[in-house]
Design a protein around this ligand. Structure first.
Ligand code: NAD
Length: 371
């Protein structure tokens, strides 16, 4: 298979996403070509660095780029300003410190990418950064589009900046060590992309579901070609949406399909008890049910999406949800405007609209689809 490259078209902030097996070993060459940098700092977490930092460092050395690694403890609970501060110390207090031409290399999942990207946005008022995503979610979603940031006690992703990377190298071989539950988190976002933009992508996911999830944790046995195609199709969708609306003043909001109810469910159930992709799966099922009840979406299409999610091992049922509390959480979501709930509903696969006239009774009935 030829190596797919997806171009993110943003004028002078444009960049390429390369997707192939073995790309970590090309980091140095890519970075030298894209940025001409002489110094790079790899930012990673304590799970990913021992697995994948060495080939990245070797490749940077080979390209004549001085490099070192800074790690922070893995997990969403460390996506904080305190970690940003520690990483900035590592960049600025080192001898020699970074300069304006240095590059931050984000090696890891979405937590590393968001945090390292934010560090790159604020260090010396902005240095360049490269994304090396190692989770499916990071590959198909968070590494593309330039949203960077960290969490605050008041909510997730409340502190951040738009800062586009200089490039994304997605080495699919890294996904073989990813726990299946994490792989499923990424697959939920792929189903979301199919719902908002691409009916054929749902066919593709449906026909490859067994392949993507074959093998045991730590030795996932998917075919590299299937995974490369999955990622390339999804990045192409995200690329198009981001190119149309970089700062989310319009269609970029479509990427929040499944997330309005999904986020509320995630908060209600507790972040430690449910994966983000699992919450998105439940959100998609409930929001599709809402679209059916409004007469927008055919019931058989909603059923099909639900079946694909279930086939991927994602939850499509959740008991014990308190509809009043879910509604309250939806009104307080940062994507709500002045307390008005905004929700993306499909008319058909690949065709969605943003609605801001949702009522509590509809949400109550939609949640019944999860019983
Ligand atoms: N910027 C955006 O546009 C955007 C979009 C969606 C999500 N996000 C953010 O992404 C984050 C979630 O990302 P995530 O799901 O990648 O989580 P994550 O970065 O926490 O990774 C999940 C777990 O897998 C481990 N891991 C990563 N790669 C591995 C590998 N190859 N092998 C074994 N273990 C590996 C990590 O150490 C971590 O423990 C959230 O903070 C979310 O807010 C951002």
């Amino acid at each position: 298979m030829t190596e797919p490259t997806v171009r993110i078209d943003l004028g002078e902030r444009s960049y390429s996403v390369r997707i192939a097996a073995g790309l970590l070993g090309e980091t140095g060459e890519a970075l030298a070509g894209a940025t001409g940098a002489k110094q790079a700092v790899v930012v990673s977490d304590t799970t990913v660095a021992p697995l994948y930092a060495q080939p990245v460092l070797d490749s940077l050395t080979e390209a004549g780029i001085t490099s070192r690694v800074l790690t922070f403890p893995a997990g969403e609970s460390n996506k904080t300003l305190a970690t940003v501060s520690a990483v900035l110390d590592g960049l600025l207090l080192h001898d020699p410190p970074i300069d304006r031409k240095s590059v931050v290399v984000a090696l890891g999942g979405g937590v590393v990418g968001d945090l390292a990207g934010f560090v790159a946005a604020v260090a010396l008022r902005g240095v360049r950064f490269l994304q090396l995503p190692t989770t499916l979610l990071a590959a198909v979603d968070s590494s593309v589009g330039g949203k960077t940031g960290v969490d605050h006690t008041a909510g997730k992703n409340l502190i951040g900046a738009f800062h586009q990377p200089s490039g994304v190298l997605c080495d699919v071989e890294t996904l073989r060590t990813l726990p299946k539950r994490e792989l499923r988190n990424g697959l939920a976002e792929c189903v979301k992309h199919a719902v908002i933009r691409d009916a054929e992508l749902l066919d593709f996911i449906e026909s490859h579901a067994d392949d993507f999830l074959s093998g045991e944790d730590g030795a996932l046995a998917f075919s590299a070609d299937g995974m490369i195609e999955l990622i390339a199709r999804n990045v192409a969708i995200k690329a198009k949406v981001v190119a149309e609306d970089e700062r989310e003043s319009g269609v970029r909001a479509h990427l929040n399909a499944g997330h309005t109810i999904g986020h509320a469910v995630e908060t209600f159930v507790g972040y430690e008890n449910i994966g983000h992709g699992e919450a998105v799966a439940l959100g998609l099922v409930a929001e599709n049910a809402l679209a059916v009840s409004r007469g927008l979406l055919r019931a058989d299409v909603a059923d099909r999406v639900k079946n694909v999610l279930a086939m991927l091992g994602l939850p499509v049922r959740q008991g014990g949800l308190d509809a009043d509390e879910i509604w309250r959480l939806m009104q307080h979501d940062k994507k709500a405007m002045a307390g008005r709930v905004r929700i993306v509903l499909p008319n058909a696969l690949g065709d969605v609209n943003l609605h801001d006239d949702i009522e509590t009774g509809e949400v109550r009935r939609a949640l019944e689809a999860l019983q």
